[in-house]
Design a protein around this ligand. Structure first.
Ligand SMILES: Nc1ncnc2c1ncn2[C@@H]1O[C@H](COP(=O)(O)OP(=O)(O)O)[C@@H](O)[C@H]1O
Ligand SMILES: [Mg+2]
Length: 512
């Protein structure tokens, strides 16, 4: 019996389990042809899993899927493609040294026969078809360029064109804006509007409320594997969506008691740092941070702020200047020494520098002190010590993992990996905590949690150096703000003396 014809996709009572976790628990949703339907949920809520089943990557343990009213079995991505379903994944699946055209036609290359006998790939006709699509949807690309030569936003355009080339009618986007700049996001949202206008059905997975508000018609909210609600966007506020997503009242403003500053912990004087091309990216920067103070460096990405953090942590070598920790010069000190002296560092690239993906959660949480008790006794590692420590941190920082503290870190969601790094570094009992983009890519529940932890550390008398590209985050957390532009700290002020507007102006290099 065909199901409701109004709907292009229906998922009924879908359940999907992974070892130790029910990723989707009895979820039923219906999506109309020609709408932009969003899935909203915290990291790990089950959004990608649910859509992967529509894309044929997994099969549900229970439940049924209908496409255009017909019950379907989506056992592979080819089966999905045959039903005109396409997906742009969170991590692109393109081949770097192939051209854009070669990537788009991969697997369905148009073949011609030379002299009527010898088959060859007709890349000319593929390029023409790509150019036609590209013009029709306003998705500019040069099909002859190699993937490794183009930026992330263009690569994403290639993924979209790849779907359209395969005549996709149902387009699934998994967190498409996570890798884009604000201007690129605007462009992508325009593209989605254009696709909708041309009759495509769009499914958008995201945890960003603003995007949903701007573009979606309806939105399903998932929480911990369950469907909480389906909302019409025009009739819903972002606050309502936020609360449903997190499952409690969330606050966008942080409660912060007045600061109680103590002795100076970090003194940076006349610091300059050169990049690998010997270009000075930090120029004669001086500042200090006291106990109980959050010093935030605000600035547009790439203005030298990360290099300052790297220099203090020992990852970058200053070309000039000095760094003192609690009065002691550490300018030339090794990284390990700095850790022992009390510097904790939460880096920007968490997968590269933050965690070891093939370690378990409990191993990662103790990776900096595994050789000390209770993790190690007389040189023998103590499983119990690791486990208890990890359980305690998981509770405090709301780290969620499928198989408890022995979950392989690789299988955890990005948000939970990030929480694990923050938990680990904060618990090192450091005098100075350096956070670089601590909440990047996280959903509002996790952001609230981490920001509150940063404030708690400050209230315990630690010095905090915060590097953030988010003006909201700077304004919410900082006691003191330094604005960086082109490697220089243009202004340092007590936070209450600056409005967001003024900070924004300095960030653009306006001096007075
Ligand atoms: N292949 C897998 N193996 C084991 N667990 C998984 C796998 N894929 C996802 N999970 C788990 O299922 C839950 C839902 O994940 P996911 O669908 O990726 O969430 P979201 O996309 O909402 O962030 C998470 O707890 C995640 O760790
Ligand atoms: Mg996901």
């Amino acid at each position: 019996m065909p199901a409701d014809a109004e709907y292009i996709v229906e998922m009924k009572h879908i359940t999907k389990r992974f070892p130790g976790i029910t990723a989707n628990d009895d979820i039923s949703i219906s999506i109309k042809k020609g709408e932009i339907f969003a899935f909203l949920g915290e990291n790990g809520a089950g959004k990608s899993t649910l859509m992967s089943m529509l894309f044929g990557m997994y099969e549900p343990d229970e439940g049924e899927i209908f496409v255009r009213g017909e019950k379907v079995s989506l056992s592979s991505s080819n089966a999905a493609a045959a039903l005109n379903i396409g997906m742009v994944h969170q991590h692109f699946k393109l081949i770097p040294n192939y051209t854009i055209a070669e990537n788009i036609v991969l697997g369905i290359e148009p073949v011609k026969k030379a002299l009527g006998i010898f088959p060859y790939i007709d890349i000319k006709s593929a390029e023409k078809k790509i150019m036609d699509l590209s013009r029709f949807y306003g998705l500019e690309v040069n099909p002859k360029k190699k993937i490794e030569e183009v930026n992330v936003s263009t690569q994403q355009r290639v993924e979209i064109l790849k779907m359209l080339y395969r005549e996709a009618e149902i387009l699934i986007f998994d967190e498409p804006t996570a890798v884009l700049t604000p201007q690129e996001i605007e462009f992508l949202l325009d593209t989605m509007r254009e696709l909708r206008k041309k009759g495509k059905t769009i499914i958008l997975i995201t945890h960003k409320l603003e995007e949903i508000k701007q573009i979606a018609d309806r939105c399903a909210i998932l929480r911990r594997g369950k469907l909480v609600e389906v909302l019409a966007i025009a009739e819903s506020s972002t606050r309502e969506m936020a609360n449903l997503m997190v499952g409690r009242e969330v606050s966008f403003i942080r409660e912060k008691s007045p600061p109680k500053f103590g002795d100076v912990v970090l003194e940076v004087e006349g610091l300059s740092v050169k990049n690998e091309n010997q270009f000075e990216v930090v120029k004669n920067v001086s500042f200090s941070i006291r106990k109980g103070e959050i010093f935030a460096i605000a600035g547009v990405s790439g203005n030298g702020q990360v290099e300052i953090a790297d220099a203090v942590a020992g990852l970058a070598k200053p070309s000039k200047g000095s760094i003192r920790l609690a009065g002691r010069d550490i300018t030339a000190e090794k990284i390990r020494r700095r850790i022992e002296e009390g510097i904790a560092y939460i880096p920007e690239d968490r997968q590269k520098y933050g965690v070891i993906l093939d370690f378990t959660l409990q191993e990662n949480l103790a990776v900096k002190q595994y050789y000390l008790p209770p993790f190690s006794k007389k040189g023998v590692l103590q499983e119990e010590g690791f486990k208890k420590y990890a359980e305690d941190l998981s509770r405090r920082f709301d780290i969620r993992s499928g198989q408890g503290t022995r979950t392989l870190t690789r299988s955890m969601s990005g948000g939970n990996q990030q929480k694990a790094i923050v938990a680990r570094e904060i618990s090192l009992d450091a005098q100075l905590l350096i956070f670089v983009q601590p909440t990047r890519g996280l959903d509002i529940g996790a952001i609230e949690n981490i920001q509150n932890q940063i404030i708690a550390e400050r209230d315990m008398g630690r010095a905090v150096l915060l590097i953030s590209l988010e003006l909201d985050e700077v304004m919410n957390l900082a006691d003191t703000i330094g604005v960086i532009y082109n490697g220089e700290l243009l202004r340092i002020s007590a936070a209450p003396e600056l409005t967001p507007n003024e900070v924004g102006k300095y960030m653009m290099g306006v001096k007075s």
